[in-house]
Design a protein around this ligand. Sequence first.
Ligand code: ATP
Ligand code: MG
Ligand code: MG
Length: 348
Amino acid sequence: GSTIGILGAGQLGRMIAVAAAQLGYRCHIFAPSPGPGCDVARSFTAAAWDDLDAVDAFAGVVDVVTYEFENVDLDVVDRLAASVPVRPGKRSLEISRDRMNEKNCARDLGGRTAPFAAVTSRAELDAAIAEIGCPAILKTTRFGYDGKGQARLASADDADAAWEAIGGGPAVLEGFVRFDHEFSIVLARREDGAMTSYAPPRNEHENGILHRSTLPAPAEIAAQWTEAAALTGRIAEALGHVGVLTGEYFATPQGPVFNEMAPRVHNSGHWTIEGARCSQFENHVRAICGLPLGDTGLTAPGVTMENLIGDEANRWADLLAEPGAHVHLYGKTVRPGRKMGHVTRLMR
Ligand code: ATP
Ligand code: MG
Ligand code: MG
């Protein structure tokens, strides 16, 4: 059997490792410190991302490298790619981890985005507000997740507070989108260009964090599925992406508005573990290993996935007592706002 190297030790890596094990692969995780993925992987390297000796040793013991964490240094990706296939590749990382790059990419490929402008200084923020108007959202271009690194501006009076809240630039100012719903396209692509994607769930967020994904999605989303899936497919092709790629969209009366993407398996695809014939994690493994892609069809007429955030995970005993609730716990220490686990329910 061969060994898959995973950069990052979080719950996404853990779920990739579970799927990989089912297909007979071993996983070796590389991360600065242990995390939920290590409980499942065969082996683990604890080293800093810039420890090049450790990076080289890791490259020597794996047959393919993938990641569950997109902020790996591009130098490290280059170094790995010199000796082992890295899937997805550097281009996918480069574009998707920077909000300016990903929005420009989606727009260049014919996608709709919120109006946006780059903001690298406090003066540029005033110029951007003048151009885009308010309400608006100021987001750091990199490292933001779960709504962190964002500040909302109801009016230009909020500029100082917003600039301070995100800790300065580089940032992107986005016009506030009035959407009916949010949804996502989770797609898997192989190196030979073969692609498949899942039906889009409706994603509901609370405080910037995904709270629930529901299928089937409401009619407003269903009507925009084809267009959003086609755009996500064009992005995957343009990047030469291999593996799972996720696009987040707003369903608006004007059509789907691209928000952001992730070059990896995604929280809004966790429902696929029980709710699809082949999960996003298994399809990721299949895609990066060059295996045939699996059936993305639903296993039930409807599916809901609910995140367990912070002390919500303390409900685990009740959830386990609920017939038909598929409970996933990541084995993390409880902290407010932290994703501790999720529960999936299939409609019968
Ligand atoms: P993730 O954890 O999904 O990576 P993130 O921190 O990268 O999140 P976004 O997805 O950009 O942040 O924003 C988080 C949420 O904030 C969105 O799902 C949406 O609910 C809301 N939001 C973001 N941008 C806009 C916008 N331009 N207009 C309206 N709502 C927005
Ligand atoms: Mg994001
Ligand atoms: Mg998002």
